[in-house]
Design a protein around this ligand. Sequence first.
Ligand code: NAD
Length: 347
Amino acid sequence: MRILILGTGGMANQHAKHFAAIEGVTLVGGVDVDPARVEAFNAAHNIERGFGSLDAALAWGEFDAVANVTPDSIHYPTTMTALKAGKHVFCEKPLATDHTKAMEMTETAERLGLINMVNLTYRNVAQLQKAREIVQSGQVGKVKHFEASYLQSWLVSKAWGDWRTESQWLWRLSKKHGSNGVLGDIGVHILDFATYGAGSDFSNVFCRLETFEKAENNKIGEYDLDANDSFAMTAQLESGALGVVHATRWATGHFNELRLRVYGDKGAIEVQHRHDWSKLLTCLGDDIETGTWTEVDVDPVPTNYMRFVEAFRAGKNLEPSFRHATNIQKVLDLATVTERDRTEHKV
Ligand SMILES: NC(=O)c1ccc[n+]([C@@H]2O[C@H](COP(=O)([O-])OP(=O)(O)OC[C@H]3O[C@@H](n4cnc5c(N)ncnc54)[C@H](O)[C@@H]3O)[C@@H](O)[C@H]2O)c1
């Protein structure tokens, strides 16, 4: 399988590393509008061909699929171009900047019979997969309540670099640059994490968003710092469970931490995932009476990168699909509407 990496910034390194490790997969080209970036990236990953645009790469055409690792607002135009040229697409999240565009991408990919998947990375966490299995097997009983959070600290900590000077952080703070803030950036992950682990989709949501003052006139160079950096959501699932989901970039002490707690009428699970470890804890059976939590061992699961290659080889789409990401996009769009209306909406 021949893969073209589109957008050779930070996250593209993960794509290159994971795809290159799969037997039978070759990274045949890199594309970036910044020539220095694509050159350095290709050198680091042993990629032969570099291009300055997707159109130039398509004119050459010798690849099967595109790994789209461009900034959020670029996903839609480039994915549409790649699909129309008959290329399968593995796209970064969020699939698009709004539900209408995401749906158009989904319908186009499905109509053309092309593999279309989205890198909702935390599906790779074996503890989340096991948690879903436990919930779906009925071991926690009927789910009544859930609590999910995604905490990052890069607006406070410089451990990942300085957002005041680096474009890779500045575009994430600016609506004009296509960002939907923390909601679009990591909200998409935690909404997927919560519903996947709790085994049910959203039925109603109410979300508050906040954009805090960060610089003089909230502007740095060409970047207006107007995208949200904290959100807090109350939500009900189709299963009837009630819960909260929240995320922020201001969580000092938490570089990148996701947590999900699911409480049923027979037991509970908790998944914790950090950059350096993951845990699955359960409180089931007799442990309910003593409030004892037990850590569960899990086997590794295939990554999204592996599943995309598997889907290509089998000629059959796998999850997380464009359609699934489009359903999440609907909730993201609705979150903004509820912030404006200050009232709960049905999904
Ligand atoms: N799944 C995850 O866990 C995860 C983690 C980090 C980032 N991401 C996503 O990956 C994407 C890229 O993020 P990043 O941190 O690598 O950003 P980045 O800014 O470091 O890299 C983006 C690259 O795309 C290039 N680019 C812009 N427009 C282009 C175009 N039209 N054609 C080709 N290249 C173009 C830029 O020059 C840049 O090199 C974003 O959508 C982000 O949300 C996902």
